[in-house]
Design a binder for this molecule. Structure first.
Ligand SMILES: *Cc1c(COP(=O)(O)O)cnc(C)c1O
Length: 371
């Protein structure tokens, strides 16, 4: 029996490269609290992502959660978002004492359906929190127009969209703030880590304070902050991985093209779109299975892969607006496209060193499911 193929496998630098990078930590004994690796990574990311300011965090979730807190939105105000996302997006809103209002998604790229945003806006709406799902980018111009018209803040969850650009501009430069995740499973990672990208200097000062216990100076603690600092070992992993990011994405592209070769033009399969003016990052390979036309359901394909030791992922399923923790508070039927997609989507294994023969095998198993 061959080893299990997981849906993802973290890329790592050569061990020698990482050891070289962490060596001087044994001279300085500076392990965390915004040390030299942290500072270097911050600067390198600002240049690499083409954004004005980067604040680093211990993970992507804390970036989202503390960005919302730093915005100081009115208590209990409403944040328009989508349910077709990872738990983190919705939880960041709820944990801030804000009210998520769920907007439906586009059927073709799974991002927020901007034609449905305005009907959800009330006097109590304070912000929009859209997600660049699978690295597909949202309708940025339309979101900007709506935000401007109604005076709303925009916080992008860009966790899937590292190194994606739109019309030549880094994806992190849109909205009031864009947040990335540097979790081990993402295209670029720091083991665990995250970042917020923004322009407003005062917002940056507030964010920094919130990630470091509300400490403004040695004897001045004037905010009730959390602890969300990125440590030096994680920053060092980021510095190494950033050197190889182009190679990482090029290898992912090859895997995606191999999948396309087998799955393009098959009845009943919807593949991820190619978006105009977007340089993609090949973060995920989602497939929507239309049972009637294809001849097998998403769950049947999932089980068939599982039986052959291949881990695909029902990502995103369930929708965040049907999570048990919300006790039926939200109605997933009000976001019918998201509900439809979440019942039919499977993301297939995708990582830079996934072998072409494995892609061939995975596709063969999928196509054999057809009745
Ligand atoms: C990974 C992810 C997050 C959270 O990032 P962490 O670094 O794991 O905390 C948030 N939103 C989305 C869409 C994600 O995929």
């Amino acid at each position: 029996m061959t080893d299990k193929i997981l849906v993802t496998r973290s890329s790592m630098p050569e061990i020698e490269e990482y050891i070289e990078e962490i060596k001087d930590i044994w001279d300085t004994h500076w392990l965390t609290n915004m040390g030299s690796k942290h500072k270097r990574l911050q600067k390198e990311l600002e240049d690499f992502l083409g954004v004005e300011q980067v604040e680093l965090f211990t993970n992507g979730h804390m970036a989202l959660e503390l960005c919302l807190q730093a915005m100081n939105l009115p208590k209990n105000s409403e944040v328009i978002t989508t349910p077709f996302t990872f738990a983190s997006t919705t939880h960041a809103i709820v944990r801030n004492g804000l009210e998520p209002v769920f907007c439906d998604i586009n059927a073709d790229n799974y991002t927020i359906d901007t034609s449905k945003i305005e009907e959800l806006i009330t006097d109590n709406t304070s912000a929009i929190m859209p997600v660049h799902v699978y690295g597909n980018i949202c309708n940025i111009e339309e979101i900007e127009r709506i935000a401007k018209k109604y005076g709303l803040k925009v916080i992008y969850d860009a966790a899937h969209a590292f190194h994606v650009s739109y019309k030549g501009q880094g994806i992190g430069s849109f909205g009031d703030v864009s947040c990335f995740s540097f979790h081990a499973t993402k295209v670029f990672h720091c083991i665990e880590g995250g970042a917020a990208c923004f322009k407003d200097k005062d917002f940056g000062i507030e964010l920094y304070r919130l990630k470091n216990f509300g400490i403004r100076g040695p004897e001045i603690i004037d905010g009730v902050g959390a602890n969300a600092k990125l440590n030096e070992f994680c920053a060092a992993m980021g510095l190494c991985n950033l050197r190889h990011i182009d190679e990482e994405i090029a290898k992912r592209k090859k895997v995606v093209e191999r999948y396309h070769l087998h799955l393009t033009g098959i009845d009943g399969l919807q593949l991820n779109p190619v978006q105009a003016d977007v340089t993609p990052n090949y973060a995920y390979y989602p497939v929507i299975f239309m049972e009637k036309a294809f001849g097998a359901s998403r769950n049947e394909v999932f089980d068939a892969l599982e039986a052959k030791n291949i881990g695909a992922r029902k990502y995103f399923y369930p929708l965040t607006n049907s999570f048990d923790c919300f006790h039926g508070k939200y109605n997933p039927n009000l976001t019918p496209t998201a509900l439809h997609i979440s019942k039919r989507v499977l993301t297939l294994p995708l990582y830079s060193d996934l072998a072409m023969e494995d892609v061939d095998k995975i596709c063969e198993i999928i196509l054999e499911c057809r009745k």
